[in-house]
Design a protein around this ligand. Structure first.
Ligand code: ZN
Length: 451
């Protein structure tokens, strides 16, 4: 993306500045100004990437590749009215029939518009997906009632409550499955295409890449995640299967081998410049490798997962935005990916009685919830908001005004620190949701949360 296009984004999102150097090449340092929730503000509009490829912007973009023998689409947009508009624009811009629809993975901001192309697919248009597309779709569709309640905390404006909502994109299966290690190569209208299936990407194990070798353009879906460059979201706290750090490193090496001049992620900017791409992909690869190595080293040295979550930080030369993925959560994900949930801290964890089962005993022994709130306040005064929060979780079984007010104070500190620190979208979202729920409970009690 050139400087001009970058400024279109700046204007459309009302942001003050963008860290572009004079020549339009971004520094590798954490220079991401977007936040994940800015995606919701992106309007549907078409812009050319070159003389035969268009990006049709949206919460999930759709890409149209025109050739003399028909068109190829990459992704289908989010499952809302945006994907209807995107299809309309594609129908105006395409110079021939849509021959293939490549869905980079099953997330609903990529697969959500599939149902608008049902007629074409039934008529012979290929739906190209990773061999794991069906598997990941089942992960999203089968526990959908459970997941929706959780997603609503992070995406209050997006999650639709209608139980009859059409989710056919997770029931459809690719008519052309692409397997790991077996690229799907084809030529259409003189343009060479190569669809590549890595083992795992930054957003799941059904991620596909599309490589145009002649043009040196690589369509990456969410290979890197939502922002660029960023530390990958190897564990998304909204709830999803862990993404494998070693597979991610392999996928970065695959990109480096291809040596693209243009990277086309489905979200935010098109990335241009072979050197910039090489250096930023190298940093992303090395940052994950570093996180992995340090986790393993700490495990072998006998450290706990809690210690490692606190200790492992990226060195300055590997610093990246943690606006979506977070290093400490990835450390825990790497740990659990290796050895599962049993942490050997207490044999009680092998059974179904949770720590909270004895919280009422602790509250009684402390002499009531207010005594715990008092102690929590002392922690807060020492700058230990997390210790305060642990005590307040125990005290919550006998929720008093003092407990709620202290919780509010702890959450305000944590939220401010989160915003001023990594500004991680999920962390800020969950803290804000807890803060609002606490405030609402206080209002129910006294009618004045700030009194
Ligand atoms: Zn996405």
């Amino acid at each position: 993306m050139g400087v001009f296009a970058a400024w279109v984004y700046v204007l459309s999102m009302g942001l003050a500045s963008l860290a572009f150097a004079e020549d339009g090449v971004r520094e590798v340092a954490p220079d991401v100004v977007e936040r994940v929730d800015d995606l919701q503000k992106l309007p549907v509009e078409a812009s050319p990437i070159n003389d035969f490829i268009y990006k049709i912007e949206g919460q999930g973009a759709v890409f149209l590749i025109n050739t003399d023998e028909g068109a190829v689409l990459v992704d289908t947009g989010f499952d809302n009215e945006q994907s209807v508009l995107q299809k309309k624009i594609i129908d105006e811009l395409r110079t021939g029939p849509v021959r293939k629809i490549i869905v980079t993975h099953a997330h609903q901001d990529h697969s959500g518009g599939l149902r608008h192309w049902l007629e074409e697919i039934e008529g012979g248009t290929e739906f190209v997906g990773h061999q794991r597309y069906g598997y990941m779709s089942r992960h999203y569709l089968e526990p959908v009632a459970f997941l929706k309640k959780r997603f609503k905390i992070l995406y209050p404006n997006i999650v639709v409550d209608d139980p009859a909502q059409d989710r056919s994109y997770w029931e459809m299966r690719p008519t052309r499955e692409v397997y790991v290690g077996q690229d799907y190569a084809f030529t259409l209208g003189g343009v060479d295409f190569r669809v590549i299936a890595p083992n795992n990407t930054g957003e799941g194990e059904d991620g596909l890449l599309l490589w145009l070798p002649e043009q040196k353009i690589l369509f990456v879906g969410d290979l890197f995640g939502t922002l660029y460059p960023m530390f990958p979201n190897l564990y998304t706290v909204r709830g999803e299967k862990y993404r494998d750090p070693l597979d991610y490193v392999d996928a970065m090496n695959l990109v480096l081998e291809l040596s693209p001049e243009i990277l086309v992620p489905t979200h935010f900017h098109v990335i241009r410049g072979k050197d910039y791409i090489r250096s930023s992909v190298t940093v992303m690869r090395d940052a994950v490798q570093y996180m992995w190595d340090e986790t393993i080293r700490g495990m072998n040295e006998g450290k706990t997962v809690w210690q490692l979550m606190e200790e492992i930080q990226l060195p300055p030369e590997l610093e990246l935005s943690q606006g979506h993925g977070k290093v400490s959560w990835s450390v825990r994900a790497a740990w659990e990916l290796l050895v599962g949930w049993y942490n050997y801290e207490s044999v009680a964890n092998l059974y179904h009685v949770p720590p909270s089962a004895v919280y009422p005993d602790l509250v009684e022994l402390a002499g009531g919830a207010d005594a715990l709130a008092d102690r929590a306040r002392q922690h807060l005064q020492r700058g230990e908001a997390l210790e305060a929060l642990r005590l307040l979780d125990i005290a919550a079984v006998a929720e008093s005004e003092a407990v709620l007010r202290t919780r509010l104070a702890a959450l305000e500190i944590l939220l401010r620190e989160a915003r001023e620190g990594l500004n991680n979208y999920s962390e800020v979202g969950f803290l804000r949701a807890d803060l609002e729920a606490t405030r609402a409970k206080l209002q129910e009690g006294s009618g004045d949360p700030d009194g």
